[in-house]
Write a protein that binds this ligand. Sequence first.
Ligand SMILES: Cc1ncc(COP(=O)(O)O)c(C=O)c1O
Length: 399
Amino acid sequence: MPNKGIHTTLVNSGSHTLDQNGVTVKTINPPVHHASTVLFESYTDLQAAARGEYRGVSYGTAGLPVQRAFEGAMTALEGGAYTKAFQSGINAITTALMAFTRSGDHILVVDNVYGPTRRFCDQTLAKFGVRTEYLPSAVSADVQDYIKPETRLIFLESPGSNTFEIQDIPAITALARENDIITIMDNTWATPLYLKPFDLGVDVIIQSVTKYISGHSDVLLGTVTVQADRVDTFKRFCWTMELYASPDDCYLALRGLKTLALRLRHHEAAAREVAAWLAGLDIVEAVLHPALPGHPQHQLWKRDFTGSTGLFGFVFKQEYPDQAVAAFIDALELFGLGFSWGGYKSLMTVGQYRRTAASKYKARTVFRVNIGMEDARDLIADLKNGLKHLNGHRETADA
Ligand SMILES: Cc1ncc(COP(=O)(O)O)c(C=O)c1O
């Protein structure tokens, strides 16, 4: 049978059966068990569980059918060997970072990494003797200049948070392998549909399932997927942490997977339309969207990715006073103001982002847009109206 298309694969992901009193119950969607305790059939099974030799699930934290169905679906989609779901994306990130480091290690993290990932490295990993150094956001083979004998791990996020630079992933992973360094990639922006990090040499993939995979802004969930040679280390660490993900959230994430490909198509098309419109405005200096030909790493995006999603940024040519920005933002009717992204509603955030390495956007105000499932022309009309409220720029907003 030829390889199945992505829509077929998603619809058939996470299938299961349930045995009840010898009768096999088969539904399209998995059952959701709310359970801490799992009952054993016999004393022999109870003793086997105590020895860690029981073949079934022995406790809620080990993952019940719905968690396992979702994890299995993610393993297949990422093309890895094992996935574990966690209560949030950041929880997946911090667990992976702890699982693969130890005191005395040096790690390299891209400068455009998600803010709370940076905070965890600087404050918590540092407390346990792991030292973090930041790589330029668009790092490539120059990663070589940063590798030290004690470098154990490289953490990538491409495009990275808020400024959307792309890294040369195969160039970095090739050097990492030569130097026996593990690479972890936060692949939330592209999802498993638009980037295959394992094919580019990455060892561990993170998803904030909170974003596109669940897709409706009503779930917090994350996954870590590892290649075969990392399964033992990761499983052993997870076993000591006893972290788990809620069955209801895994159920919703699995349901989200079924429509992921369709939703992404809309996010991609609408975001490209809005981004192209913004790029044509006189008052806009740059639209930070890797699928636009003017993006500095557009060629790398074209080489490695098979699509783009709905999150991008833009900067104005001038820095506006707070009052003007407030007038623009508060005039928007279709864009909610709030963190996170990947859901059906369009959102806007505004900020200046911390950078260690040299960056064009170090002291600049970046507007971040999450394009949801609305019609692009309505979003453009809303932005156009909002921009009329930027002080003294009534005329250019009509460009
Ligand atoms: C790139 C990226 N990774 C990870 C996360 C963390 O996800 P969660 O909100 O599920 O903890 C976020 C959240 O905004 C993010 O933007």
